[in-house]
Design a protein around this ligand. Sequence first.
Ligand code: SAH
Length: 397
Amino acid sequence: MMLDNYIKIVLKSGKDQPVKRFHPWIFSGAIKKMYGSVSEGDLVTVYSNKDEFLGIGHYQIGSIAIRIVSFKEVVPNYGFWKNKIESAWNLRKNLGYTKNIKTNVFRLVHAEGDGMPGLIIDFYNGTAVMQMHSIGMYLIREELVKALQEVVGDKLKAIYNKSAKTLPFKSDVKSEDGYLYGEKSETEVLEYGLKFKVDWELGQKTGFFIDQRENRLLVQKYSENRDVLNMFCYTGGFSFYALKGGANSVHSVDSSGKAIDLTRENVELNFPEDTRHEAIVADGFEYLKDIEDKYDLIILDPPAFAKHRNTLPQALKGYKRINTRAFEQIRKGGILFTFSCSQVVSKERFREAVFSAAAISGRNVRILHQLNQPTDHPVNIYHPEGEYLKGLVLYVE
Ligand code: SAH
């Protein structure tokens, strides 16, 4: 059959168990033998030691050697990819994202969560920003572009490829950022009616942290008459919801001057001349050393402290440190929103770090909410690592 055209890879005995449970990653150490020479990005077929077919996936040099795209004996042709894009779009459509006039920014493809390991597509009011994390996905970009055009139709104005920094830097394949379809258009998006200028060409990630949408809305609910610190603010997301919710004052802090400029620009768009807001360029660890009892609502949304397993202990220390400082200084009756977006930090480990920070501070702390990522970032039930965003809302007596 057609699958014979692909290089066959056989796994070591016992290493087939996770794949049989539909986990899409195969680590390099699980491979017993490769029948031929493969290039990065090639599709390969995977078999157990007993010669059972397990799946077909993209090969890459690295700790994750194969990302399975199908557990069935199918040839991943154009129709195959179009079906996947269609399924992702239909989910967002069913959830009400595609026709929402108050929120026109959402994640359209969430990698493993949508059965497309290595691919992120964020939709910004007509512009789809594609970020490929695997060579295999990068190599089929033209098919993905065509599928997006067919599935999304008139709503799609442009497609921007932003993979220069996310593809493995050691590989031979180099990607230049740029438009694969259309051209730069509207960069203003709406989230719950608030306006945001998004810079997908130069900004972090795909330009905006879409995943905090619902958690920002929750901040709005708790902000009335509070003095708010939005630490690690990036484009200011949480701050505008706090202003909308009736905060007394809002301080947005980030170490990036560019982020602070964007925050200021966004404040002007939504709350021109509002004197309640102040944006500050500062290092978070330093700033938190000395906040005394200035704030009674603090948001800590740091960057992923751990990008790899081996930096996990360091990351946990980082979470513990910033949370201890917040617990020690937040006003009596204060509310702390604290997050981790590191995929390698599990929900349990993050909790432990926050709990020990609370214990060190000696404050009486209660959990009000346990937060996660919104529905446009679905989690593949067989790939628990996809549940990367974790948050706690805590009441500090
Ligand atoms: N809360 C934001 C997303 C935060 S992303 C939102 O809702 O959109 C993490 C941010 O932390 C980035 O903007 C990055 O510039 C900033 N950052 C990284 N290291 C920092 C440090 N040591 N001190 C302050 N900010 C830092």
